[in-house]
Design a protein around this ligand. Structure first.
Ligand SMILES: [Zn+2]
Length: 938
């Protein structure tokens, strides 16, 4: 390759696009004298890799993803550029010479990158000409810099990291009494590389076969350093196999032009680590300040925008890094797209790194690499270590992933003939976080028994706010109608065109967050693109402000009484997950839990088993942003698990389960009474459901989908999801006796989450808010559901909360008069007071009967064909008991009117007045007077 001198020339000859590169390696192969198990090492590497994804520097290739393949083989996906400094070496074994100014620019950029790595606790340790890449603008891009870090300094792998020709003596002969100086290893490598390129000569004589000579030379260098101040001036240095051209340059004194450069290289090549500068220190070397001034590296502009929360702190030393770059029209659909997103779409378009590399036969073509014996310097100067061939474990060959097919797919998805997706906003329209309204207008005639899936055509509880956002997209374009509405969620998630549009929509919305929060929630009700899930969840939950400072403000190290339990639970929490099973994952989860306890000490919240599971979705989605994971958890719990983590949480849980039981009776009386009869109560199975919002019973992949809906739903949605789960398994449950129910949870893998959500929403739509009212539920008050304004009048007897023991015993729920009035066209009110009382005043169109005569009149009641059945009694009578009888007789949607007839007399403003007609029709065939019906309208 020709020598290049200027940036312009470099720019001219390269393609415009970026590439994704992959290389592959295996963790330790289980060599006997190592105490690291391969699978464990793999998991550790997997966990450490995550931090590499957060590194962002103009002179570093971005790490994109790590993938575990068969036999624990790891595949690392990263930003790749086709050109690298190694090309300078390819002309007949010689290195191409280059001018000082080019080298100065490169040295500066490389040191910038190395200093940035050091700040993040990372040493490259693997620097070589072929992994110093440069992009189309000639900007240096270091690759492979994370291998040493992710393998814990090479401990987790059985191949050497680093190229001996570029490593300093201390990297080969680790001195027992000297800790390895971070970053300085790379300074040596840089010195060697620059000296080679300047002189046009390899640093070391000979080739790879002379590796033993190289090692002994490095040994000699290290030994002599102890007795010599300036080793490069000494005579013995000529005997070490260093090329003459290199030594002549290092020892030269004549040429003034290069005097600073020579000093710089000599500074890099200090044999004694304690005298060698760090990358950071070298940045202020005179070499960079002399004639060149501040003209260095004007190209520290950030080159694409990532979606990030506005409140997210961006900490970067380069002020200009996030200056917007001129947005020129570019036809490449991948232009300015974050690499992680490109990779994500690449997978959706059918890509898979392992099969991709297998197709190209990577296992056959693994080149041998130079080997470093693992040696240590021991006191008598002997070397100890292993020299087994471990090259098969590692390939430094980089494969690029073809993005051709992805481009084609996306061009179709964005082109003029693109597939139009209609966001099915109706799907979840009703549910809003403040949706507690009950404005029944009309119901379809679609009849359902309690055991079918109620999908009434119209919403019983429309959200009056749900029209504030129209279904047109944010670009102002009206979404055209299309045929592929309501594709199953799984299909939508796998459709690259659909996801492309969803990610674009949400990326834009996230950029406008928090102003766009309502719109985010609106669109999230349709579905949430998995790629942005972590950030979208945070936006829905309303996380904002300096959440990092919030997280930092809590002490996470204080010992608490629950530490031991946390230590037991953390290593058992979703361990099939690569992130959570890694040691780093354990540390993070532990810190999050400790932080939660510290943050809620004043709320008297404690650690209960299950909190770990509840944390897991947030941690896995925000693995590199603990503070965000914490803030999500912190806003999530008050909404969906309020007081579940009180040290005495039993009143809260007991009430929650009682309401759950009522709901089951309401929607599936047959199943409810069956479970009641066999004694299989919610206390036995449902506590962990609600305490962990189902994360304990479903794998994370299912939990994500469930939570996508829970987050945009009302706080009661989990209750309905619980009912849906039971009803999906009802066929099995209805045949079970108590002892058979132990195997109940084995059926959980069969639960269809999407169906479960649909059914939960359908039930939610037709359930009056008062039925699910809980004393411990945040945001709700018993009789002010209509407009949210609390009533200040003195509480009447029916406004007192039902004692928890009564609530727990009752099989059917209570309903408020307000809700009853809204339902009046669909409800059969069954008045169980005496005939005398009935005739003095009753609910219009209600029937009056003796509650002991249910068997006799059940048929007549069914003939009324109403969707809801409300029992009206008076204080202290048999209402709840009769309601339970109705449930056992499989009447759907049975409830007891709160306050009975008294509430009707007191609250005439509810729009229904007590009827006092006297000429009842008799509903009974045998003419007895035990069944009467108010005859208004008949
Ligand atoms: Zn009447």
């Amino acid at each position: 390759m020709a020598t290049f001198a200027t940036d312009k020339e470099i720019n001219a000859s390269f393609q415009q696009d970026v590439h994704l590169g992959v290389n592959s390696f295996s963790a330790v192969a289980g060599i006997e004298d190592r105490d690291v198990v391969p699978a464990t090492a793999t998991t550790e590497i997997f966990g450490r890799f995550q931090a590499l994804k957060t590194l962002l520097h103009p002179n570093l290739c971005e790490y994109v993803e790590i993938v575990k393949g068969k036999h624990d083989r790891l595949f690392v996906v990263f930003e790749y550029h086709m050109n690298h400094l190694g090309e300078l070496y390819q002309s007949s074994g010689q290195v191409s010479k280059l001018g000082i100014s080019m080298l100065r620019e490169w040295a500066f950029q490389i040191l910038k990158a190395l200093a940035y790595l050091n700040q993040n606790g990372i040493t490259h340790h693997n620097l070589a000409p072929h992994n110093i890449l440069y992009d189309v603008e000639g900007r240096i891009k270091l690759a492979d810099y994370g291998l040493f870090y992710m393998t814990n300094g090479g401990v987790d792998v059985d191949f050497p990291i680093g190229y001996p020709h570029y490593l300093p003596p201390e990297a080969i002969y680790r001195q027992v009494n000297k800790p390895e100086a971070t970053g300085k290893v790379d300074v040596w490598s840089l010195g060697v590389i620059l000296a080679e390129i300047f002189t046009g000569s390899p640093f070391w004589e000979g080739n790879d076969k002379d590796i033993e000579k190289l090692f002994s030379s490095l040994w000699k260098l290290q030994e002599e350093e102890e007795h010599n101040d300036d080793i490069w001036e000494k005579f013995f240095i000529w005997e070490l196999g260093i090329n003459e051209a290199i030594l002549e340059f290092l020892q030269g004194t004549d040429d003034d032009d290069i005097v600073d450069f020579r000093k710089f290289i000599r500074a890099c090549l200090k044999v004694d680590v304690s005298n060698r500068c760090s990358p950071e220190q070298l940045l202020s070397h005179p070499f960079f300040s002399s004639s060149y001034g501040h003209g260095l590296s004007n190209n520290y502009k950030y080159w694409w925008k990532k979606p990030f929360l506005q409140s997210q702190q961006i900490d970067f030393d380069e002020e200009s890094l996030f200056e917007p770059v001129d947005d020129q029209p570019n036809k490449d659909v991948l232009h300015r797209m974050p690499l992680s997103q490109i990779y994500y779409f690449w997978k959706l378009a059918g890509g898979d790194v392992e099969t991709e590399l297998a197709k190209r036969g990577y296992l056959l073509s693994t080149p041998p690499i130079e080997r470093i014996p693992r040696t240590v310097k021991v006191q008598d100067g002997k070397e100890e270590g292993t020299t087994e061939d471990t090259a098969f474990l590692f390939s430094d060959t980089i494969y690029t992933l073809s993005l051709k097919e992805l481009r084609q797919r996306l061009e179709v998805a964005t082109g003029p003939n693109r597939e139009a997706f209609e966001w099915d906003t109706d799907y979840f329209l009703l549910i809003d976080e403040d949706d507690m309204n009950f404005l029944v207008e009309e119901m379809s005639d679609n009849d359902n028994s309690g055991s079918g899936d109620e999908v009434f055509g119209k919403y019983l509880f429309p959200d009056p706010n749900n029209h504030k956002v129209t279904s047109s997209s944010t670009n102002g374009q009206t979404t055209p109608p299309t045929n592929n509405v309501k594709l199953p969620l799984m299909n939508r998630e796998k459709d690259v065109g659909y996801q492309f549009q969803r990610v674009a929509l949400f990326s834009e919305l996230l950029r406008q967050y928090p102003a766009s929060r309502d719109e985010i929630i609106h669109h999230a009700k349709v579905d949430i693109p998995p790629f942005l899930r972590g950030k979208i969840w945070a936006a829905i939950l309303g996380v904002k402000g300096d959440y990092q400072a919030l997280y930092d403000s809590f002490k996470k190290e204080t010992e608490t009484t629950t530490d031991r339990q946390i230590d037991v639970d953390v290593p058992r929490c979703h361990q099939y997950n690569q992130l959570l099973s890694s040691p780093i994952g354990h540390e993070k989860l532990r810190r999050l839990l400790k932080c939660f306890i510290a943050a809620n000490a004043n709320n008297k919240l404690v650690y209960w088993q299950g909190l770990d599971s509840l944390c897991a979705p947030f941690l896995t989605l925000n693995f590199n942003d603990e503070a965000l994971a914490f803030s999500c958890l912190h806003t999530f719990i008050p909404k969906f698990a309020q007081d579940f983590f009180l040290s005495d949480n039993s009143p809260v849980i007991t009430e929650y389960l009682a309401v759950f039981r009522h709901l089951l009776s309401f929607h599936d009386p047959e199943l409810s009474s069956h479970l009641d009869r066999i004694g299989y109560h919610p206390e036995l199975y449902a506590i962990r459901w609600f305490l962990t919002l189902f994360t304990h019973v479903f794998p994370l992949e299912k939990t994500y989908h469930l939570w996508d809906k829970i987050l945009v739903g009302p706080p009661s949605l989990p209750l309905f999801i619980g009912i849906s789960i039971l009803r999906q398994l009802r066929e099995m449950l209805i045949k079970s006796e108590f002892n058979d129910c132990d195997t109940f949870s084995e059926s959980f893998p069969d639960v269809d989450i999407e169906k479960c959500i649909q059914s939960a929403l359908s039930m939610c739509k037709v359930t009056p808010p008062s039925v699910i009212y809980r004393v411990h539920e945040p945001f709700a008050t018993p009789d002010t559901l209509h407009n949210g304004v609390p009533d200040h009048h003195i509480q009447r007897w029916w406004e007192q909360p039902i004692p928890i023991n009564d609530k727990k015993t009752e099989l059917a729920p209570r309903i408020s008069l307000k809700d009853l009035v809204k339902l009046k066209n669909h409800v059969l009110v069954i008045d169980i007071r005496s005939e005398q009382e009935f005739s003095r005043g009753h609910f219009p169109l209600s029937v009056n009967m003796d509650p002991t005569q249910l068997e006799q009149f059940a048929h007549a009641l069914r003939l009324e064909n109403k969707k809801y059945h409300v029992v009206l009694g008076k204080r202290g009578d048999l209402g709840p008991q009769f309601a339970a009888d109705l449930v056992r007789a499989n009447f759907p949607r049975v409830a007891v009117l709160t306050g009975g007839i008294d509430v009707m007399r007191v609250d005439p403003e509810e729009g229904v007045s007590v009827c006092a007609c006297r000429n009842f029709t008799s509903g009974s065939k045998n003419g007895t007077a035990a069944y009467r019906k108010c005859r208004i309208c008949f």
